[in-house]
Design a protein around this ligand. Structure first.
Ligand SMILES: Nc1ncnc2c1ncn2[C@@H]1O[C@H](COP(=O)(O)OP(=O)(O)OP(=O)(O)O)[C@@H](O)[C@H]1O
Ligand SMILES: CC(=O)N[C@H]1[C@@H]2OC[C@@H](O2)[C@@H](O)[C@@H]1O[C@H](C)C(=O)O
Length: 400
């Protein structure tokens, strides 16, 4: 047996594994690094979040990635150069975290890397008969493995697409395994650049659970701030949005998109929900002259309303469910207040109440997927009807 396969075998046979989960999302704010200890597999998975940090991207990093991020036309050389460059940069960031945590590469069993999505394109978006659902994450796993000296599992989304899914959201796989409960119906709501949710009925019925994107979370608000307030990245504490007034005509126009009429599950990204989308809605509604504050108030309300509608559609016949929120949007007080006001009887907690720091939740998800890649498979979780194939995801890169 090759020593690398032997090493994987040994890791899989351990009573518990130390996995670093990585997530770099659509907000491009930083790399979320979650050191997890996992044991078991499938519904018997147990996890402890040992360490978490977000390594902020500097202006130069953001500029490089933004040059190719969610754009139809880019410099192909830039994409080719960024693929290994991001792998190495993420590797260096992990090395920095390990030093801070006073750990060595040898203390870690595997890294689980999401990479950086630069384009997400389900079939209904490109509409080209010869092509399937497609998504592209860069930040190559081999470069991460060599830079850190740690076996790396990466590029999780391609298998999902190969097996019939849209490549996202993958949250359902981790949420179902970690957060399903016989005691209550749960909505796991993640408000990142794009908002998504997982429905976890207390029946634990694998055929009924699903996750779906909802629409914009922070992405349009962030893009607006970055364009009009150079040097700022988001509307801290919703201060600008709070100073404005929601424009009803603009809000109505923003909600007019075929995406919202589609059944769950569905996926989207900043390729759709961006400043061009806002400009078209302003033009249609004759609201080009609105103040920045009014536009931000309206974008905030747009994100909140679509989240509220998605939750109401999913839980229509139920009043006993709890929302567990995560993602950067939970730090946006106006957004959260609007959701709570529309669902006054619903308890909104965070994944912190379930032992997982809400800022770390997505990085933790990839650690769970890596654990499933190594030791899972006995618990066949799938729902082909909902585009949730029962497959193992991730590609393995060795460090030498
Ligand atoms: N204090 C705050 N006030 C308002 N918004 C905030 C605050 N802190 C964070 N945010 C929002 O959270 C965003 C970061 O969210 P997060 O890290 O979940 O994004 P992501 O992981 O890139 O997203 P995705 O889930 O789409 O991949 C920021 O860009 C900002 O919009
Ligand atoms: C293609 C892609 O990177 N999608 C992300 C993005 O960020 C939020 C939402 O859009 C979600 O669909 C997904 O990430 C999470 C981690 C997921 O797959 O569950």
């Amino acid at each position: 047996m090759h020593s690398h396969i032997q090493q994987l075998y040994a890791i899989a046979a351990k009573p518990s594994r130390k996995v670093i989960g990585l997530m770099s999302g659509t907000s491009l704010d930083g790399l979320d690094v979650a050191l997890c200890e996992l044991s078991g597999e499938g519904l018997n998975t147990t996890i402890r979040l040992l360490q978490f940090c977000t390594v902020d991207y500097d202006t130069d990093y953001k500029r490089r990635v933004k040059a190719v991020f969610s754009k139809r036309e880019v410099d192909l050389q830039a994409v080719t150069l960024l693929n290994p460059w991001i792998g190495v940069e993420h590797g260096r960031m992990i090395n920095h975290c390990l030093a801070q945590w006073q750990l060595n590469a040898a203390d870690i069993d595997v890294i689980a890397s999401h990479g950086q999505t630069i384009f997400h394109c389900p079939k209904r978006q490109h509409n080209l008969a010869d092509y399937s659902n497609a998504t592209l994450q860069i930040g190559d796993g081999d470069h991460l493995a060599v830079t850190t000296g740690i076996t790396t599992i990466s590029d999780f989304r391609q298998k999902h697409i190969a097996a019939g899914g849209e490549g996202a959201p993958l949250a359902v796989y981790g949420d179902y395994l970690l957060f399903s409960s016989k005691d209550e119906n749960r909505i796991m709501l993640n408000i990142g650049g794009i908002a998504n949710f997982t429905w976890l009925p207390q029946t634990l019925d694998a055929e009924a659970v699903f996750s779906s994107d909802i629409g914009p979370g922070n992405t349009m608000m962030d893009a607006f701030i970055q364009k009009h307030y150079p040097g700022k990245y988001f509307d801290a504490d919703s201060n600008l949005a709070k100073a404005g007034k929601v424009s009803k005509p603009l809000l109505v126009a923003l909600k007019q998109d075929d995406f919202f009429a589609l059944q769950f599950p569905k996926t989207t990204g900043p390729e759709v929900f961006n400043l061009a989308y806002l400009a078209r809605a302003q033009q249609r509604s004759g609201t080009e002259q609105l103040s920045h504050a009014d536009i931000m108030a309206t974008l905030n309300c747009f994100s909140a309303d679509m989240i509220i509608t998605a939750i109401q559609q999913t839980t229509a016949a139920l009043d006993n469910f709890v929302i567990y929120a995560s993602g950067g949007g939970i730090h946006n007080p106006l957004l959260m207040a609007q959701i709570q006001a529309a669902l006054p009887d619903v308890v909104i907690k965070t994944t912190g109440d379930l032992g997982i720091n809400p800022d770390a939740k997505e990085a933790v998800l990839f650690a769970v997927l890596a654990n499933e890649c190594l030791v899972g498979g006995k618990q066949k979780f799938s729902n082909a009807r909902e585009g949730i194939p029962g497959v193992t995801m991730g590609k393995i890169s060795f460090a030498d």
